[in-house]
Structure formats: C-alpha cells, structure tokens
Design a protein around this ligand. Structure first.
Ligand code: ZN
Ligand code: ZN
Length: 277
C-alpha cells in the first residue's frame, strides 16, 4: 500500500441532516449519520513530501479541509458540474496561494463540459478579463483518458448520471464512481482487479439520476472488488440499519473513513495496475 484514501463527505446533494427535516436519520445521534457533500482525498509520500489530490470540491470543502488538516493540494479531479461537486472551488484559494508561490497554479482536471460550467460560475476566477486580485491560483485542464500526477495515474471511467455522461476515476487498484445511474458496458473492463470500489447508492426508492442500493450492490458484485464502499447517501438510509442488510464486502462509507490504498506507482516498486487487463 502506498497511499491513503479519506472520505471527506459521503452525503447526497443536500447533505445529511437535510435542512428542515426531522426524520429518524436526520435527528440521529450516530455520527455516521452526519454526511457532508461527497468528495474523497488521496494522499501519498513522494520523495519525502506529501502529495494530495482531491476528487471534487463540494460546498462543504472548507469544513472538510479544516477537519482533515489540509495544508496543500496538488491537483483536483472533477466528476461533473453539479453544485454538490464544485461549489467549494473558491475555498481552494488559500491553498492555491501557497502552491503558486512554490511553483504554479493548482491543476484542475475536468471534461470540456464541466470546464464550461466552471468558467461560467467562477467567471471572476477564470475570465481573462477578471481583475479580481485574490482569485484562486488554479488552472483548468481538459481531462485526458489518463492523467499522471506526481507518479500516480488517474484513468477516466465514463458513467451515466441520468442524461449526462460524467466521469469516475480509477487510480491503482481503487475506483471512485459517484452519481451513477448506469455503468456503460465499455466501462466494466476498466474496473477489473480492484481492491476497493467506491460507488454511489442514494436510497432504496428509484431515482432518475442515481442508483438504488439494490442496483449498486448488483454492480458491486459483478465488479467484484475485495471491498466496496457506498457513498452519496440520502437521509433514507441509516448507517447501522443499512449496513446490517448489506452483503459481506459491501458497506456504507462515512465521513472521515480512511484506509491505505495501492496507487500502483511504478517508482514505488509496485506493479502498475492502472490499466484494464
Ligand atoms: Zn452529486
Ligand atoms: Zn431527513
């Protein structure tokens, strides 16, 4: 194992508790039932210095960065342009000033469609005409099929989110697929040989743009990772009660859950497993 993955948030777009709701999960005293908006953090050591990559920066990013003691970010990968995945971009500012002094803007990787939305919403950050002096020192890069960040390869995994095609990521023997309503047949070969699969599962009741628990379990069993963690969870699912009903090797994730992952870095003596086989 050559890296660590941490769940910064495991909630659906509203977060849990949901504003104005007094249901059993929203009023639960179990800390596992409090879920910030979905995001994960990857850390690894690179020649004596820590590298940090985020997948998505949702509206809770500031709180998540404080809770997890973030002092640097080397890159951000975006899955798609919905608010619960991008609205924390501006809170990269303080970390981006440090990164900029060290060497340059923080690279943000996203599809051209996501880039177009980021440029519109964060016009004061990205517009060449912007005169706002304290804008985030970040730079948008169109996402390639494979992107290497300080020795770790991120493979793009296309998935469906209702009518949208969005992206998941595979890094080493772990994959992160959020906001999934369908996995194209052509993406399954990119998901072989996984130790860890992270997959979104909203609730039991069907939803037009999100998989149910039952659908996610079916995909998880087909993909066959050693461990599957479910995320992007709504207030319909209590942590303890739901976990009791899930098959072995499939569990609900929770905010702050952290574990070692194999990032498949070639320079770490680990066989690179970033490609389908
Ligand atoms: Zn979402
Ligand atoms: Zn509720």
């Amino acid at each position: 194992m050559d890296g660590t993955l941490t769940f910064l948030g495991t909630g659906t777009s509203t977060g849990v508790p949901t504003v104005g709701c007094d249901c059993a999960v929203c009023t639960s005293t179990d800390p596992h039932d409090r879920r910030l908006r979905p995001s994960v953090l990857l850390r690894w050591q690179d020649g004596g210095r820590e590298r940090v990559v985020l997948i998505d920066t949702g509206p809770d990013f500031r709180e998540q960065a404080l809770r997890n003691g973030l002092t640097r970010v080397d890159a951000v990968f975006y899955t798609h342009s919905h608010a619960d995945h991008i609205f924390g971009l501006d809170d990269l500012r303080p970390l981006s000033f440090t990164a900029f002094r060290e060497g340059g803007p923080i690279p943000l990787y996203a599809t051209p469609k996501t880039i177009a939305v980021l440029e519109r919403i964060f016009d004061y950050t990205f517009s060449p005409q912007s005169t706002y002096p304290n804008r985030a020192r970040v730079e948008l890069h169109p996402l390639a099929e494979r992107t290497t960040v300080h020795g770790v390869e991120f493979l793009r995994v296309p998935v469906r989110h209702g009518a949208m095609e969005i992206v998941g990521y595979r890094f080493g023997r772990t994959a992160y697929l959020t906001d999934v309503s369908a996995i194209p047949e052509s993406s399954f070969p990119l998901l072989t040989g996984l130790d860890c699969l992270i997959l979104s599962a909203l609730r039991h009741k069907p939803h037009p743009t999100h998989a149910t628990i039952e659908q996610a379990v079916e995909w998880a069993q087909r993909i066959g990772a050693r461990q599957t963690w479910l995320t992007h969870i709504s207030h319909d699912l209590g942590h303890e009660q739901t976990n009791r009903t899930l098959p072995d090797g499939i569990r609900l994730a929770y905010d702050g859950l952290s574990f070692p992952v194999d990032l498949g870095r070639a320079n770490n003596g680990v066989v690179n497993s970033g490609t389908a086989n």
